[in-house]
Design a protein around this ligand. Structure first.
Ligand code: PLP
Length: 452
């Protein structure tokens, strides 16, 4: 064994990386579902004396490895979970050796990568130049960051400046799509706004907010819409909403956790025309872009407002250095944006478009194949999400889902959408191939034949 401390770390690092590489090489052949039978062995009791590093990694690899869900592989279609692009995965490994704190004084090069990635995303999404951004742990925190910014900005325009708190503040309204993601409601509450008093706006048969059902807006209103409905992939009419908000002084926020990426591909971006007119946007890198977890991005057209709401204000931090901690909730954090930088650099503009259109292509094929074998897909395939049901036998869907999960061939979950019970398939992994889709369809067909 090496004796110098960092040589020992380097040895452990290579050991972990080698085990990770072996894991990835076996992932395409193994069951997608986790084997949790031996998880108890992960708690041998905190030992009085420490274990050898090798032993720790061995335990992690064997028991921990079999207890993972193979969401990094191409046959996982659950929720909207992405895998990790090779460059992003390699970047994660390198970052873990660097262990930088994401700030320009403690990590100059990683901050340069993060700032560069943010500017590339503003460009790819065709957002207004000068849009401010920050990496967060996910869309939930990014939504919260921007809801706080929206709240503070509207209140200060109404003469109630930041710092005065909410107890004596004028009441703000929240108007939201009836199918807004559940986590956005949590973000609403975390921002001190009322999730009980939301003015819900009806959606159409694709799950899109109906602009003709919008209430009258004013300068006390935050409007929450989405790019990418988790069941149908459809986007709300953001352009129309942006015009309404601009006229009335309302704030338009767009949750585009996975769906904002549709903006990059001409074939499916039309519904996002006018997106640039919103006040704030959220997108995840860890979903559609396939960076490792956890990487969300908060984007705001009013950089000074975002900074005013998120600024730490500590005197000891020179204001001249870009410090993402002044644009997001966290202070010390990993340099997760460097993985997004690596992902984008390795894909290029064309690679991003190919990734996004590839997901759409697979999703369309899945919907068509499901209809061929008797399922109903009650929506158009707008992007990468497919909701399906059995019209005469909705209850069988849960059993079909359980059967496929248990087969290890593929993984996706049950869902309920617009009163129908069924399941939801998300194509979000860069490595999903036509063959993976064949196996998914075949597993569903077999389950249906056996159970229905
Ligand atoms: C996943 C998702 C979220 C939450 O994002 P996290 O990154 O998991 O915090 C919000 N909105 C939509 C539409 C999503 O798909």
């Amino acid at each position: 064994m090496k004796t110098k401390p960092l040589e020992r770390q380097a040895e452990a690092f290579s050991n972990g990386a080698a085990r990770g590489a072996a894991y990835l090489q076996g992932l395409s052949d193994r069951s997608v579902d986790a084997d949790t039978a031996r998880l108890g062995q992960l708690d041998p009791g905190l030992p009085a004396e420490g274990m050898e590093v090798e032993t720790v990694l061995e335990l992690m690899e064997t028991i921990g490895g079999e207890g993972t869900v193979a969401s990094a592989g191409g046959r996982y279609f659950g929720y909207v979970v992405g895998g990790a692009l090779p460059a992003a995965s390699g970047a994660r490994a390198l970052l873990s050796a660097w262990d930088q704190v994401a700030d320009s004084l403690t990590g100059p090069s990683v901050i340069k990568m993060e700032e560069t990635a943010l500017s590339w995303i503003v460009d790819l999404m065709q957002l207004p130049s000068g849009t401010s951004g920050a990496f967060t742990s996910g869309a939930t925190m990014a939504n919260m960051t921007l809801l706080v910014t929206a709240r503070d900005t509207l209140l200060s325009r109404l003469g109630h400046p930041r710092g005065k708190g909410l107890f004596t503040a004028p009441k703000l309204r929240v108007v939201a799509s009836a199918e807004i993601h559940a986590t956005v409601l949590k973000s609403v509450r975390m921002a001190g706004l009322s999730s009980e008093d939301i003015e819900w706006v009806a959606v159409d048969e694709q799950g899109r907010l109906r602009a003709d059902a919008m209430p009258l807006l004013d300068n006390r209103t935050i409007v929450l819409c989405q790019a990418g409905n988790v069941c149908t992939g459809a986007s709300d009419p953001v352009g129309e909403l942006a015009a309404m908000c601009r006229e009335t002084g309302a704030w338009l926020h767009v949750d585009g956790a996975f769906g904002l990426w549709a903006r990059t591909a001409e074939a499916i971006s039309a519904s996002l025309d006018g997106l640039e007119g919103a006040d704030s946007w959220v997108v995840d890198a860890h979903k559609t872009l396939n960076t490792p977890y956890d990487a969300g991005i908060a984007l705001c057209r009013h950089p000074e407002e975002m900074q005013a709401s998120m600024s730490i204000g500590a005197q000891y931090l020179p204001a001249t250095h870009p410090n993402p901690a002044n644009r997001a909730p966290e202070f010390s954090r990993s340099a997760r944006g460097a993985e997004t930088w690596a992902a984008l650099l390795s894909l290029g503009r064309k690679g991003v478009v190919d990734l996004v259109t590839g997901f759409h292509h697979h999703a369309r094929r899945i919907a068509a194949e499901l209809e061929k074998i008797g399922f109903l897909v009650p929506h158009d395939v707008h992007f990468n999400q497919v909701f399906a049901t059995l019209p005469e036998n909705e209850d069988a869907c849960a059993r079909i889902v359980a059967h496929v999960q248990a087969s290890g061939e593929a993984w996706f979950g049950q869902a309920m959408w617009q009163g129908r019970k069924g399941f939801r398939i998300s194509v979000s992994n860069w490595s999903t191939s036509d063959k993976d889709v064949d196996r998914l369809i075949e597993a569903i067909r077999r389950a249906k034949d056996e159970l229905v």
